[in-house]
Design a protein around this ligand. Sequence first.
Ligand SMILES: *Cc1c(COP(=O)(O)O)cnc(C)c1O
Length: 376
Amino acid sequence: MIPFNVPPCVGDEIQYVSQAIKKHRISGDGEFTKRCNKWFEDNTACAKALLTTSCTHATEMAAILAEIKPGDEVIMPAYTFVSTADAFVLRGATPVFVDIRPDTMNIDEQLIERAITDKTKAIVPVHYAGVACEMDTIMDIAKRHNLFVIEDAAQAVKSSYKGQSLGAIGDFGCYSFHETKNYSMGEGGAILIKDKSYIERAEIIREKGTNRSKFYRGEIDKYTWVDAGSSYLPSEMNAAYLYAQLERADEIYDDRMKSWNKYYKTLTPLKEKGLLDLPFVPEECVHNAHMFYIKLKDIEERTSLISCLKERGIGAVFHYIPLHTAPAGKRYGRFDGEDRFTTKESERLLRLPMYYGLKEDDIEIICNNIEDYFNK
Ligand SMILES: *Cc1c(COP(=O)(O)O)cnc(C)c1O
C-alpha cells in the first residue's frame, strides 16, 4: 500500500509536546507558540505572525481586519478549498469567482480587473500547489483600486515569488498546518500581517475581543473586552508539535523536493508522448513541492486511472470541485465571465502520493503503474 498522504513527523514532536505538558502551560501563547511566530517572522518579510487554530480561522481574522461587510464583494478563484470563500461569506460578503490559468491552476490575473465593481473590497489569490500567483500584477491592480490582498497561502509555506515569501506579499497571508500540509500541527494555521498598524487589533480579535495579549506583556494591569473577536489561538501542545517541524523545515523541504523532481523526471517521457500533462512552475516562482499532480485527457480517463491505481494499492485522488458549481457557491457567490478552464482543468487533475518520507522506490512503482495503464 502507498497511501496518498502521511502526516509529517520528524521525531522530536513527542518530546516537545511532553515539555509543554510538564510546564503546566498548555493553553495558547506559551513558549512554543512564540517560537513558531518568531520562526515565520524571521523567515518571511511580515511584520507579525500569529499562530491560529486553522488557516480557515486565519482567513476569518483577515476578513475581520479588512472590515469586510454584508454586500461587499471579494474576488477569488472558484478552483479552491471552501474556506477561501467561507471566511468572507460569514461576514455577509459575496465571493466573485474568476477563471483560472490552465498552466498553474491559479487565478488568471488578466481577468481580475474586469470583475471589480464599486462593491469590491479584496482580492484573494490562492497559491495552488505552493506555486505563486502572478503577484506583481495582482498587487498593482489592488493598489490602483484600493483593495486588500489576502493571500490564501495555505499550501505555500517556504514558497516564494521573485524572492518574496508567499503569505507576506499581500496585506494578510494565511498558512495552514493541517495534517495534509508540508508542516503540520494536526489542525492549525497562522496569519501573517504586513503592516504593523494591524497587529494590535489582530491580537484582540484572536483573544475573544479582549486585550489579554497586552495584559500578558504587562502593558496594562487588567484585561477587558474591547472589540468583537473569537477564539483563534491554538493550544501549546499543537504549537510544540509544529515547532519540531519548523526546526527541521529545510530537511522536510528537501525531501519533498527530491520526490517532486523524481516524479517529474520519471513521467517526462509520458508527457513527451502526449499522454499526460505535468505541473508548470513559472520562472519567477520557487515552489515547495506541496503537491505532485498530473493532468489526464478528461474526467473519464482520470476516473479509470484512479481506480486502476487503487486496485494496485496506490492512493491517488482528485481535488477541488469548483466552488461556483457547489450548492453553497451558487447561493452565496457568482462567477464573473466565462468558465473556460476552471471546470475543464479541475476534471483532468489527479494528485499522486506526496509526503515527507515518501520512498524513491514507491515513486518508481507509482510511475510504472501509470505507464502500464497507458500501455494496456
Ligand atoms: C488546506 C487549505 C485551507 C484550509 O486550511 P485549514 O487549516 O484546514 O483551515 C484553505 N485553503 C487552501 C487552499 C487549502 O489548501
